[in-house]
Design a protein around this ligand. Structure first.
Ligand SMILES: *[C@@H]1O[C@H](CO)[C@@H](O)[C@H](O)[C@H]1NC(C)=O
Ligand SMILES: *[C@@H]1O[C@H](CO)[C@@H](O)[C@H](O)[C@H]1NC(C)=O
Ligand SMILES: *[C@@H]1O[C@H](CO)[C@@H](O)[C@H](O)[C@H]1NC(C)=O
Ligand SMILES: *[C@@H]1O[C@H](CO)[C@@H](O)[C@H](O)[C@H]1NC(C)=O
Ligand SMILES: *[C@@H]1O[C@H](CO)[C@@H](O)[C@H](O)[C@H]1NC(C)=O
Ligand SMILES: *[C@@H]1O[C@H](CO)[C@@H](O)[C@H](O)[C@H]1NC(C)=O
Ligand SMILES: *[C@@H]1O[C@H](CO)[C@@H](O)[C@H](O)[C@H]1NC(C)=O
Ligand SMILES: *[C@@H]1O[C@H](CO)[C@@H](O)[C@H](O)[C@H]1NC(C)=O
Ligand SMILES: *[C@@H]1O[C@H](CO)[C@@H](O)[C@H](O)[C@H]1NC(C)=O
Ligand SMILES: *[C@@H]1O[C@H](CO)[C@@H](O)[C@H](O)[C@H]1NC(C)=O
Ligand SMILES: *[C@@H]1O[C@H](CO)[C@@H](O)[C@H](O)[C@H]1NC(C)=O
Ligand SMILES: *[C@@H]1O[C@H](CO)[C@@H](O)[C@H](O)[C@H]1NC(C)=O
Length: 854
């Protein structure tokens, strides 16, 4: 390849590097006001630090250390973040390459008398749980830079500043550069990091030292000894054969001893007897040698051979490193020519690193996950940064840990007077070594949870000064009485055992014998008509067309997000068979209802997810919109649009609401259309299994929408028939045929819908509680037999209805849709309103002008 070709290649790779370096670099200007900017010295984009840390305060260095007094001040160093609060503050970085990747991390500090105290602080710098370096200053204008090369031990990297009592820690800039993981090898593998000791660009005496063509943005110091001569080239050098990618600016210059027979030597020393060093030496022949010339040399360390003989290649970079760590106080590297080499040795660049072994263990990971969860759940406003327990003596405020185990365990959690609100977080129970738990003087609500039983080592529990309700679980009382647990609770809770716990709830289905004779109430004719009319064109088709899988990630929420949406379950707006329902807000302000599901489902999370995603593809104006779901370990949640007017059951029972006959009809039709869509618009059909007024929701404009459709399928277990009937129906709405045969089809929903219609007409609940519990069908039947319709109609309508629009009909067997359901059918239907075009919605008019067959 010609030189020009090489040059072109070089330029291309250099520009690729330029484009690439901005993406995965993390460059933080600590203490900067929240704005990204490009540093004109380096063309690197710096971000403010608010996304990486939430403690500390922004400060500016004092003006005497700034421009124009200090024209060479790098822009990111003019401000800083200081940490007067907490003994450990950490920046949390999440590099894209994640766990196991090798990274270079550089922290910069410039005191600049930012606090006007003129007192130089001293503090410690930690990488995750391991000591990295002490930070000390010679004067207020000194820029102290600490650099380390190490493998990410997890997906997040914590850079921590520890207050050791010698002044307030601060930091000016923090940078992370991902490296090729195959470089800077040591015998410790991933168990050690390398702290930069020196990085020298040899033979050069000008230039900035931070070269745009260094893909890893290393900073090189120029170094030249008076006894050396400089040699250099302007020809391109191949530097990309190995992962080190030494920059051209650095490799193109070299030094050789002025006295050709002397060795080229480098010295360094340390006070640390046990310090272990690794050196990386960069060589490339930059002089074109004549046929009779040769350059060949050996390398030794403190007189003992390290490497050689070696001949540097012409215009190609090579790296030589030691395979065993260099240990000791004094170090001398000598590069000396072999006897018959005609030219002296050269050296182009040199790096020295000190080994930092990763000796400290992080906290036991399950404890970490649990306490992180507690932190997000309660938005703890303490300096809880980095690892919860490590390093020793720097655990989080309120935590005590046991360090005599291979991974430290959390044994005490004290969150007294910490403004906690919401329920007692289940994640606390995952701190399985916990011996002491103090949650006193907060605003916690809800019950004293059963899951505290999982804390087998608990010796102290303080829940005083909260708004907890219910009973103290038995096992806590027992352990307290046995003297194994120091228990403090507010006395109104001290009721001991929970009487409800043992008494099994028996849901006696209120299905009398009369019912089986009277059987289903039907408006299916309407539904059936609708269906016939639309079969070819409407939702059925739309559903199939829209059946493209949506991006499920978008609709899947983590438990933490659910906690955020519901503000840690602040407002409970209802309770259903599957669990409680909470009010919440999405990030965009949309109001939602979040239904938490008890995880006792017999189906695995996979089925739940499949089902939830299916439901998300179902759209109909009369079905409550499904916004998303959470399927996070034991936490299952469904997120629906929020319906301002609650459910029909509440709305009907509200004595103050006077529902007109028109409104009742409109709700009936809305619900029927929703059901029809589930039965005939969806393939395979969806049987709701729990059609009832409580599952019909009303929007702000009183449009009715069916909720909880399709859920029953997820939570059913068709082999356990006992369970099925109690779990899957609601007394009063249960189709007697389904109840006796356990054979389920759409008609079971129609029965439930019939009961809903009766409730709409009469304003009575499905099960009327007078002296004894009477089913609504039993209640209307005697009146209807007498032909006295007016007496069952809701008196709140004050006679404002057309009696002809209500009729209860007998139907013959096998005369239509409900082939085998029984003898007598009471059917409420409406005739006149349909012709009176009282609705303005044209689709409704369209679907309702069709008269009923008689
Ligand atoms: C920064 O970018 C400008 C314009 O793109 C360029 O002229 C300059 O050389 C770059 N500086 C560095 C240090 O890369
Ligand atoms: C630091 O200086 C900038 C302008 O130079 C100013 O906007 C900012 O408010 C200052 N910050 C502090 C903490 O004084
Ligand atoms: C501060 O210390 C640095 C490094 O030790 C030194 O180069 C510089 O001259 C000192 N500046 C002053 C003003 O003493
Ligand atoms: C790193 O540490 C682990 C656990 O202590 C050990 O099993 C492994 O052999 C170590 N690797 C090296 C290269 O020393
Ligand atoms: C650096 O110094 C060399 C001579 O040692 C000179 O050729 C080169 O132009 C200088 N570069 C700059 C950027 O000043
Ligand atoms: C890392 O360097 C090696 C050569 O040492 C190279 O083969 C590999 O492709 C490099 N990896 C990346 C991600 O650049
Ligand atoms: C070069 O070094 C050798 C060996 O150290 C010495 O004998 C010789 O005098 C030196 N030459 C010069 C010119 O200094
Ligand atoms: C390190 O070497 C320098 C001279 O090179 C000497 O002045 C200094 O005392 C040495 N320090 C130690 C700790 O040996
Ligand atoms: C240098 O000497 C060695 C033997 O000591 C020999 O093998 C080698 O070929 C010689 N090299 C040159 C360039 O003369
Ligand atoms: C720490 O854990 C060890 C091992 O489980 C146990 O023996 C010791 O008692 C614990 N120490 C404390 C203070 O809990
Ligand atoms: C929790 O901390 C408070 C003071 O912050 C203290 O009074 C209380 O005794 C601690 N609780 C436990 C169980 O140690
Ligand atoms: C509990 O919350 C109420 C209002 O939300 C507040 O006034 C009260 O101070 C809180 N109590 C505690 C102990 O945080």
């Amino acid at each position: 390849m010609s030189t020009a070709g090489f040059l072109l290649l070089f330029l291309i790779s250099a520009s690729l590097v330029q484009a690439q370096r901005r993406i995965d670099f993390i460059s933080i200007d600590c203490g900067s006001p929240s704005k990204l900017y490009e540093d004109s010295d380096t063309n690197i984009t710096y971000s403010p630090d608010n996304n990486f840390i939430d403690t500390g305060i922004n400060q500016n260095i004092s003006s005497e250390y700034m421009y124009p007094n200090n024209p060479n001040l790098p822009l990111p160093l003019s401000d800083l973040r200081s940490f007067p609060q907490g003994n450990k503050n950490c920046y949390t970085l999440k590099p894209e390459a994640g766990k196991g990747n090798l990274n270079l991390i550089r922290a910069s500090f410039l005191y600049g008398n930012y606090d006007g105290e003129n007192r130089l602080p001293e503090f410690d710098l930690y990488l995750d749980v391991n000591f990295w370096s002490a930070v000390t200053f010679g004067n207020a204008s000194e820029i102290v830079t600490k650099e380390i090369v190490g493998f990410a031990q997890s997906d997040v990297i914590n850079i921590c500043l520890l207050n050791i009592g010698l002044g307030t820690p601060f930091i000016s800039a923090l940078e992370l550069r991902p490296l090729n993981s195959s470089i800077y090898k040591t015998k410790f593998g991933t168990n050690a990091s390398l702290v930069l000791f020196k990085r020298l660009d040899i033979g050069s005496s000008n230039g900035t030292g931070r070269y745009a063509d260094d893909v890893y943005d290393r900073v090189w110091s120029n170094y030249m000894s008076p006894s050396w001569d400089s040699v250099s080239t302007s020809s391109p050098i191949i530097t990309y054969e190995d992962g080190y990618r030494v920059p051209y600016e650095v490799i193109k210059t070299a030094a050789r001893p002025r006295n050709g027979s002397e060795p080229l030597e480098l010295y360094w020393n340390t006070t640390d007897l046990n310090a272990q060093f690794y050196v990386y030496m960069y060589f490339s022949e930059v002089e074109h040698l004549e046929r009779n010339q040769s350059r060949k040399f050996n390398i030794s360390w403190n007189g003992s051979p390290l490497f050689g003989p070696f001949i540097p290649r012409y215009l190609k970079a090579d790296i030589i490193s030691n395979s065993k760590a260099l240990v000791g106080e004094d170090h001398r590297i000598s590069i000396y020519k072999v006897e018959n080499s005609t030219l002296p040795p050269i050296l182009n660049a040199f790096e020295i690193y000190k080994v930092m072994q990763l000796v400290e263990s992080p906290t036991y990971s399950e404890d970490v996950d649990a306490i992180m969860n507690v932190r997000t759940t309660y938005q703890i406003k303490k300096t809880w940064a980095g690892d919860p327990c490590a390093p020793k003596n720097f655990s989080w405020e309120g935590l005590k840990c046991n360090y005599t185990v291979s991974f430290p365990r959390i044994i005490s959690l004290n969150l007294t007077s910490s403004s906690l609100s919401g329920i007692i977080a289940p994640s606390i129970a995952k701190l399985s070594s916990l011996e002491s738990l103090d949650l006193s003087n907060n605003n916690l609500t809800g019950p004293v949870p059963e899951f505290l039983e999982e804390l087998k080592s608990l010796k102290t529990l303080n829940l005083k000064g909260n708004q907890l309700s219910g009973f103290v679980p038995n096992f806590l009382m027992e352990r307290s009485e046995a003297g194994l647990l120091g228990l403090s609770v507010d006395s109104q809770n001290l009721c001991g055992s929970d009487p409800c716990k043992k008494a099994k709830k028996i849901v006696a289905p209120l299905v009398g014998s009369l019912l089986s004779a009277l059987v289903a109430l039907i408006v299916l004719i309407l539904v059936w008509k609708l269906r016939r009319k639309r079969k070819s064109a409407t939702e059925g088709e739309t559903f199939k067309k829209k059946g493209i899988p949506i991006a499920s990630k978008k609709c899947q929420f983590t438990y933490d997000e659910v906690v955020e949406i519901t503000k840690n379950f602040e407002t409970e707006i209802g309770k259903g068979g599957f669990g409680a329902v909470y009010h919440g807000y999405m990030k965009d302000g949309t109001q939602v209802a979040v239904k938490m599901l008890s995880p006792s489902s017999t189906q695995g999370p996979r089925e739940f997810q499949t089902e939830a995603e299916l439901l998300m593809r179902i759209h109909h104006r009369n079905l409550a919109s499904f916004i998303g779901y959470c399927d996070d370990a034991d936490n299952l949640a469904l997120i629906y649009e929020y319906m301002a007017n609650g459910n029909l059951k509440q709305y009907l029972s509200d004595k103050s609401s006077s529902m007109t006959w028109k409104l009742r009809l409109r709700i009936a039709i809305d619900a029927a259309q929703g059901l029809e869509y589930l039965h005939h618009g969806c393939k395979p059909p969806i049987v709701h299994r729990d059609v009832k007024t409580a599952n019909i929701l009303l929007s702000e404009n009183l449009d009715a929408k069916i909720a909880d459709f399709g859920l029953s399928k997820v939570f059913s277990n068709d082999n356990e028939t006992d369970v099925e009937t109690t779990v899957l129906g609601t007394a009063g709405y249960l189709d007697p045929e389904y109840y006796s045969s356990h054979k389920l089809n759409e008609k079971s929903d129609v029965y439930g819908f019939g009961v809903v219609l009766l409730e709409l007409i009469t304003g009575q609940p499905a099960v009327i509680r007078s002296d004894e519990r009477i089913h609504i069908v039993e209640w209307v039947s005697p009146q209807l037999q007498k032909g006295d319709i007016a007496s069952v109609v809701d008196p709140r309508m004050e006679g404002d209805f057309d009696v002809n629009s209500i009729s209860f009909r007998n139907r013959e067997r096998n005369s239509g849709l409900t082939e085998e359901s029984g003898d007598t059918f009471a059917s409420a239907y409406t005739s006149s309103p349909y012709n009176s075009s009282m609705y303005t919605d044209s689709t409704n008019v369209d679907s309702m002008t069709e008269p009923f067959p008689r």
